[in-house]
Design a protein around this ligand. Sequence first.
Ligand code: SAM
Ligand code: SF4
Length: 322
Amino acid sequence: MLDPFGRDITYLRLSITDRCNLRCRYCMPEEGVPPTAHDSLLRYEELLRIASAAVSLGIDRFKVTGGEPLVRRGCADFIRHLKALSGVRQVTLTTNGLLLPPLLDELCAARLDGVNISLDTMDNVQYQRLTRRAHTADEVLRAVRLCAARLPTKVNAVLLPETADQLIPLAELAQTLPIDVRFIERMPLGADENGQTIRADAVLDRLRARWPDLAPVNQPRGNGPARYFRAPGMQGCIGLIDAVSHGFCNRCNRLRLTSTGLLKPCLCYEQGVELRPLLRGGAGDTTLQNAIREAILQKPAAHCFSQQENITEHKSMNQIGG
Ligand code: SAM
Ligand code: SF4
């Protein structure tokens, strides 16, 4: 379905939990967020009903996210059911990777189409400082390698001044493994309202110094707004997601559903359509479709990261799903 600005909305990010086994500084407050009452969380059956209604409006690609989606029991089974819904073209997962290895068989059997693994540094000490937990970057790298052998895999790294020395080591993963490595500008939201980022253009200059033959990849790749580049000999590509400095709102194709059932038209604004009362109040499919249509019609023209005073969304990213 087209939104009021003529953008075709085809992609929905489904957050299945706001809990996480990490506390990344740019995403979550150190103390975590007050635990969502179990009953406020959408059940898997409710998520599947929303996905079916979304499909009927032309949304056929889904990203399962969180919090950390793999901490919720039954995630792989949910993905299997989601993938089996009529009209669903693609289901992918975004994860910090720590719980991935033992679930990989089950996720492949569920016919998951791809995995994004978040990793901002290859350095174990930096990783622990950044995530405020005792896990290591080596554990995540092991998951990346295992996953890359089985499924289309991307590494996502948020651009942080404190991990600037990791840019080239992370990008080199696209040389040695058949994966895309994408650098994402840090967004000034929630727990990270005043966080500093490195601008994607500055990153591109540094990548070009390392790979002078780095060239733009012109074929579309993935569902999102990344600009992709590749140098001869690379197995994967390097992507830049410059949401803050350039903005790509004119190509925005997505909605986001929080784990408690708020359907969000845009990251920046708290506005959205509450689906949980509809689901639990016995709403039929048409009512649900109309509610999703309403969220699409509420989509604003653009985000407002450059006028921070206009940001009305104060939830942290683990509550929104990234
Ligand atoms: N736990 C999973 C993970 O880390 O991939 C899924 C949820 S996480 C909220 C989804 C994505 O949002 C991650 O890639 C994370 O790095 C990104 N993210 C979190 N806070 C961010 C911020 N302030 N700016 C940009 N990206 C952010
Ligand atoms: Fe957890 Fe992902 Fe947020 Fe890190 S970015 S705290 S792994 S939800």
